[in-house]
Every structure is written in structure tokens, then in C-alpha cells.
Design a protein around this ligand. Structure first.
Ligand SMILES: *[C@@H]1O[C@H](CO)[C@@H](O)[C@H](O)[C@H]1NC(C)=O
Ligand SMILES: *[C@@H]1O[C@H](CO)[C@@H](O)[C@H](O)[C@H]1NC(C)=O
Ligand SMILES: *[C@@H]1O[C@H](CO)[C@@H](O)[C@H](O)[C@H]1NC(C)=O
Length: 490
């Protein structure tokens, strides 16, 4: 055995010592997928991983355990069915809906018998990684196990991330969640964006935080107040990158990992492979993601879409969550599930019709496939506006979807090659990184382990109150001086 092998063995045995708890009970597969990729990679690298999860894995390695909360999937069905109604909500309703949704699912997870049992058992962890989505009571796991906290967010850094580590994100140039604006906002847009920012802050402090603290005190009886844990977070991994997001500032403890969930392409089932291989004029892939359902479209919109499809020479694969589809044209193939990443990776896929969720946008850009968005809620409108500005996409809001609007957008995208060119350019930007996103995520997680929480990454801004942060105190002080008669300052 030479020295190199000894070194390798020592390194592996050092990394193997970490015991990591993943808190990922939110029953939405698109959110789960990002955490799942990270946990599997951590396990592959020898860490002992335990994950609180709603999705049961069939084949788990010996160092990967699950605490299952499967019934949360059933409990989320009603919420998911109502998502499409969000198009009629005003901004206040949307903001409050999100906070309430977070409170509901945090409580469902924490009150789950398997989670309660797990918390009663004796466990030790070196690190807690939790899903950050209006779920601040999960900070209680870090306090319970006395371990550093890493948060993962399946979006780019929105207000609820920035606040935790004092990451800057002024509403003057960072569009808020639910606001469908470009980064270059005019006065009215900046006004509305700031208004939304203030509403979000108000809802956070009046609704979300007190309720999350209540959950924290109920399910972690010895925990300090949430205010004492909220900012005690070592690292946040956010699902963004300049290839798909606006440029915005990130502190050293906020790391962008968009693309970390992308899997190695897998071979398609023979039938599907043949279908795509034989599509001379290309294939359009149509999916509204894992939370929304195409079957929830109202009949008029569904018929308008089918009329447009029936006139195409391209084939269409539509993720349609039902056995049959009335008046389905011959060039349309339906299924309740498709291997999305592998279809997007096929060279004959010419267009992706999508709800514009973050995961789908990343997968499209990674594979250089132009997107036609039908945004419904959350960050979907924002993602699709960026896609249109970057020239690889267009969008028709669900509300405005008619045969004419949809058909015009679709035909323009199919006939104008600039969309494909821009999609490939964006794909190149996404892939041109010093370190692969998943490796980067693991590096920073292990960094937190090596540096025992890495407190040296914390910003001094966390110690300021809001008026100090906004410099209101020196500004008022200066104004006072300006108007007073003090010759020393002349
Ligand atoms: C904050 O986190 C560190 C570990 O990163 C831990 O040692 C400390 O006790 C935590 N503080 C509180 C108030 O929980
Ligand atoms: C906040 O202030 C305290 C007390 O002055 C100091 O010990 C701590 O390091 C400060 N935190 C940061 C992140 O600068
Ligand atoms: C300003 O200060 C000077 C000297 O201190 C004084 O003579 C003068 O009356 C003051 N003027 C006003 C408007 O207070």
C-alpha cells in the first residue's frame, strides 16, 4: 500500500464521520428533488444521512435512512387542486396564502407520529439541512441536536431567504416573488414592487413568525424563542444562476446551485425512444409540472390548446393526468408521467410548453430547449418574463390563454430560429462553471462541517436594527445638523 492509498483511506474515514439530518417533508416533488440530489450525493461520499421525507425510496444504500411522512402527499392534494385559483388572487391574498400554507405544512410535518417518535429517540447529528419554504420552525432541529444549520431553497433568494442572513436584495432592482417584472423596473413597477416587499415583511412578522414560534415551542419544548434561532443559520443554498436569473448580490454564505438536481441522462423506454427518434419535424413537450395539473385547465382553454395542436406538423407529448383526452388529435400523445429531463435532452425536442417553475426552467435551459410559458402562480411569471427577455422563451398567462394568443406565440416560436439560438447560448452559460453545481453544494456543506458552523461567514448587518440598516439614524442626525447653526461643520 503506497502513501497515496493511505491518504485516500484517511480522507474517506474522516468524511464518513459526519452524520447529517435532512428535514425535507414538504410534499411537492419539484421542491423535494433538489434536496434529494444533495442527500444522495452526500451518502455517496460516505456521510450517514437521515432524511425526513414524504417520498419513499425503493433502493437505499446502508448509510441512507428515511423518516417517512408519506401521508402528507395525500393531505396536499386539496391545496394543489386549488393552486390554479391563484390567478384570481390579489397580491395580499397571495402573500398571506403562502405564509399560511407554510404554517400548515410545517405543523403537519412536526405533528406527524413518525417525526415525534424520531425526536423522542436518541440521535446525534453533526449537521442539519432543512428545506426553507415558510418553515422556520425547522430551526428547532438544529437547536435540538445542537448542530449547525444549512437551509436549501428551491427558488432564487427571495425575501424570506435574504432576511435570515442579511443578504442584500433591494426592491429597487430585485423583483419580489409574485411580481412579474423585469429587473429594470419603471417607476410604477418599482412602487408596486416595494409595496409587495412591505406586505411580505408585514405578513412575515405578523403571521408567519409568531405562528412558527408557536410550532417551535410546541414540538421542541426546550427550544429558545424563534427570534434567537432564526438568524443562526450557517449557509443557504439557493436554486439560481445568472443563466436564468437576474444578477443580484450574494453574501459568501449564500451559494447558488441551480442545476444541482440535473441527473445524468437515462435511456428512454423503447417505445418513447422510437417516438422521439422518428419525429422528423420535432417534438413539443408539454407539462405543467408536478403540482399543477393540465386536467385542471378549464374546458375552453383545453379545447383552444387542442385546436392549435391539431394544426401542427410536430408531435406533442402532453403530461395529461387522465386516461383519456376528448378530441385528442393524432399527433398528440398523452401520459400522466413522462421522464421530463430525458425528453428535454433528446435532440428532436424542439419546444417545451411549461408552467415556468424553477426546476422546469433550469432543465430547459440546461438542455438548450426554448420555453413557451403558461405561468399560473409563485415565481413562474417571473421566470418566464426573464426567459422572454433573454430571447429563449415567450409566455401567455393562463388567464389570457385563447386559441389566438396561444397559437400566435407557439407558431412564432416554431418558425423563428432565434429562440433555439438563445436557448443554446443560455445553456452554455449555465454549463460554463468552475465547479459543477452539485459538487459546489457538497463542498459548502462540508465546509460548514469542517469549520463548525462557519460563523466567520456571518454578516455584521445581522446586528443592526432596520433603521440602522437603512441609515435612518445618521440621516436624521445629519439633517438636524444641517438646519441647526453649527459652524464646526462648515
Ligand atoms: C447557533 O449555532 C451554533 C452552531 O452553528 C450553536 O453552537 C449555537 O448554540 C447556536 N445558538 C443557538 C442560540 O441555538
Ligand atoms: C454582533 O455583535 C456582537 C457583540 O458586539 C459580536 O460579538 C458579534 O460578533 C456580532 N456579529 C456579527 C455577525 O458581526
Ligand atoms: C449662529 O451662530 C452664531 C455664532 O455662534 C450666532 O452669532 C448667530 O446669531 C447664530 N444664528 C442663528 C440664526 O441662530
Amino acid at each position: 500500500m503506497n502513501c497515496y492509498v493511505v491518504f485516500l483511506v484517511l480522507t474517506i474515514s474522516f468524511t464518513q464521520s459526519a452524520k447529517i439530518l435532512g428535514v425535507y417533508p414538504f410534499p411537492s416533488y419539484s421542491h423535494y428533488k433538489l434536496g434529494d440530489s444533495i442527500f444522495k450525493e452526500l451518502a455517496k461520499r460516505g456521510h450517514e444521512v437521515t432524511v425526513i421525507s414524504p417520498y419513499k425510496e425503493k433502493h437505499l444504500p446502508h448509510n441512507f435512512k428515511q423518516v417517512l411522512v408519506e401521508d402528507l402527499i395525500e393531505k396536499s392534494k386539496e391545496m394543489k387542486a386549488s393552486l390554479i385559483d391563484q390567478i384570481n388572487h390579489n397580491i395580499l391574498e397571495k402573500v398571506i396564502w403562502l405564509d399560511r400554507m407554510g404554517i400548515t405544512f410545517t405543523e403537519l410535518a412536526l405533528s406527524h407520529p413518525n417525526v415525534k417518535k424520531f425526536l423522542h429517540e436518541k440521535h446525534n447529528f453533526d449537521l442539519v439541512i432543512f428545506h426553507q419554504f415558510m418553515s422556520d420552525a425547522y430551526n428547532g432541529f438544529c437547536s435540538h441536536f445542537n448542530a449547525p444549520c444549512v437551509a436549501v431553497c428551491s427558488m432564487t433568494a427571495p425575501g424570506f431567504i435574504n432576511r435570515k442572513v442579511a443578504n442584500p436584495g433591494s426592491p429597487s432592482y430585485v423583483p419580489q416573488l409574485f411580481v412579474n417584472y423585469p429587473a429594470n423596473m419603471n417607476f410604477v413597477q418599482r412602487f408596486y414592487n416595494t409595496f409587495t416587499y412591505i406586505l411580505t415583511e408585514a405578513s412575515h412578522f405578523l403571521i408567519l413568525r409568531p405562528n412558527q414560534n408557536k410550532l417551535l415551542q410546541t414540538y421542541f419544548p426546550n427550544a429558545p424563542h424563534l427570534d434567537d434561532l432564526y438568524y443562526n443559520i450557517s449557509l443557504i443554498l439557493v436554486n439560481s444562476h445568472v443563466s436564468i436569473n437576474d444578477v443580484s448580490p450574494f453574501l459568501p454564505n449564500v451559494i447558488q446551485i441551480a442545476g444541482a438536481h440535473i441527473d445524468e441522462p437515462q435511456p428512454l423506454q423503447p417505445e418513447l425512444q422510437k417516438y422521439l427518434d422518428n419525429a422528423k419535424d420535432g417534438v413539443i413537450f408539454f407539462s405543467m409540472g408536478s403540482n399543477l395539473k393540465s386536467t385542471d385547465f378549464d374546458n375552453k382553454k383545453r379545447d383552444a390548446i387542442l385546436k392549435v395542436f391539431s394544426k401542427l406538423k410536430q408531435k406533442v407529448l402532453w403530461k395529461w393526468e387522465d386516461e383519456s383526452l376528448l378530441n385528442k388529435p393524432d399527433n398528440v400523445k398523452i401520459s400522466s408521467w413522462f421522464p421530463q429531463q430525458d425528453i428535454l435532452a433528446h435532440p428532436n425536442t424542439v419546444l417545451f410548453i411549461t408552467h415556468g417553475g424553477m426546476m422546469s426552467t433550469i432543465e430547459a435551459v440546461y438542455n438548450g430547449v426554448p420555453v413557451l410559458g403558461i405561468p399560473v402562480f409563485s415565481d413562474q411569471g417571473l421566470n418566464m418574463i426573464r426567459a422572454e427577455l433573454a430571447g429563449y422563451g415567450k409566455y401567455v398567462f393562463y388567464k389570457d390563454l385563447e386559441e389566438k394568443s396561444f397559437g400566435t406565440a407557439l407558431n412564432e416560436m416554431l418558425s423563428n430560429p432565434s429562440f433555439k439560438k438563445n436557448a443554446l447560448r443560455r445553456s452554455f452559460i449555465m454549463k460554463d462553471q468552475a465547479v459543477k453545481p452539485l459538487d459546489n453544494a457538497i463542498y459548502w456543506i462540508e465546509y460548514v462541517l469542517r469549520h463548525r458552523g462557519a460563523p466567520h461567514l456571518k454578516s455584521a448587518a445581522l446586528n443592526l436594527s432596520w433603521y440602522q440598516y437603512l441609515l435612518l439614524d445618521p440621516i436624521i442626525f445629519n439633517i438636524k445638523f444641517l438646519f441647526s447653526n453649527n459652524s464646526r461643520y462648515c
